[in-house]
Ligand binder design. Structure first.
Ligand SMILES: C[S@@+](CC[C@H](N)C(=O)[O-])C[C@H]1O[C@@H](n2cnc3c(N)ncnc32)[C@H](O)[C@@H]1O
Length: 215
C-alpha cells in the first residue's frame, strides 16, 4: 500500500462515498485509493493538478467526480479535456458497464491516464491524445467535461461527437447563468442538479444539455 494513503484519507473516502449513498465494492474502493496514490505520486513531476494535498484530492477530485454518477448512463461516455482522467476514471471505476474514452491534447496527461488504466486494471477505459476539434469517432451517448471550456465552446467543439438523443454533461461552479445565455441555437438546458460534494464547501452543479429541433 502506498505511503500516500493514511487512515484519515481512507476514512474520508469511505465517509464521502457513504454520504453520496454509493454502494462501492472493496475492489472499487481499492482502485479509487490506487488512483489517488498515483495522482499524488505523478503530480510532483507532471503537474497534473493544482490540488497537491491527497486529503484535499479525496473531495476535490474523487468525490466531486463520483457525485455525478446518478446522471451518467452511458453506455458510451467521452470525457472531454479529461486531464488526469477526471471525472472519467472515477466514473469508469464506479460503473464498470460504462465504456469511457478520456480525451486530452496534453501528452503528459494522457501518459498518466494510460498508466492509471494499466495499474488499476481497467478494461473499460480508452485514453486518447488529440485536440477535440480534430477528434473523429463513432458517436457517444454522453459527453462530460469538468473545467474544460465555456458551455458554448464545449457544445460547439463536440457537436459532431454526440449521438442522436445524447446529452452533454457539464460540471460547473455556481456562476453558469451567463454561459447558458450564450448557448448556440438548437441546444438547450434539459436539467440542472446541485451537487452536494462531501467535504467541499464550494457550490457545484451539473448541467445537462440536449439538442432540440429548431424548425
Ligand atoms: C483545467 S484542465 C481540467 C482537467 C480535468 N477535467 C479536471 O477537472 O481536473 C483542462 C484540460 O483540457 C485540456 N484541453 C484544453 N483544450 C483542449 C482541446 N482543444 N482538446 C483536448 N483537450 C484540451 C487540457 O490539456 C487540460 O488537460
Amino acid at each position: 500500500m502506498s505511503q500516500t494513503l493514511t487512515p484519515t484519507i481512507e476514512r474520508r473516502l469511505d465517509e464521502g462515498l457513504a454520504r453520496l449513498e454509493l454502494a462501492v465494492e472493496p475492489a472499487q474502493r481499492d482502485q479509487l485509493l490506487a488512483l489517488l496514490a498515483l495522482l499524488h505520486k505523478w503530480n510532483r513531476a507532471y503537474n497534473l493538478t493544482a490540488v497537491r494535498d491527497p486529503l484535499a484530492m479525496v473531495s476535490r477530485h474523487l468525490l466531486d467526480s463520483a457525485a455525478v454518477l446518478p446522471w451518467v448512463r452511458g453506455p458510451r461516455l467521452l470525457d472531454v479535456g479529461a486531464g488526469p482522467g477526471l471525472p472519467g476514471l472515477v466514473l469508469a471505476i464506479l460503473a464498470p458497464q460504462l465504456e469511457v474514452s478520456l480525451l486530452d491534447s496534453n501528452g503528459k496527461k494522457v501518459r498518466f491516464q494510460r498508466q492509471a488504466v494499466l495499474e488499476l486494471g481497467l478494461t473499460n477505459v480508452t485514453p486518447v491524445q488529440a485536440r477535440v476539434e480534430a477528434h473523429r469517432d463513432a458517436p457517444f451517448d454522453q459527453l462530460i467535461s469538468r473545467a474544460f471550456a465555456s458551455l458554448a465552446d464545449f457544445v460547439t467543439l463536440t457537436e459532431g461527437l454526440l449521438a442522436e438523443g445524447g446529452e452533454w454533461l457539464a460540471m460547473k461552479g455556481p456562476a453558469a447563468d451567463e454561459e447558458l445565455e450564450a448557448l448556440p441555437p438548437g441546444v438547450r438546458l434539459n436539467a440542472r442538479h446541485e451537487l452536494a460534494v462531501p467535504f467541499d464547501e464550494s457550490q457545484r452543479q451539473l448541467l445537462i444539455l440536449q439538442r432540440y429541433p429548431t424548425t
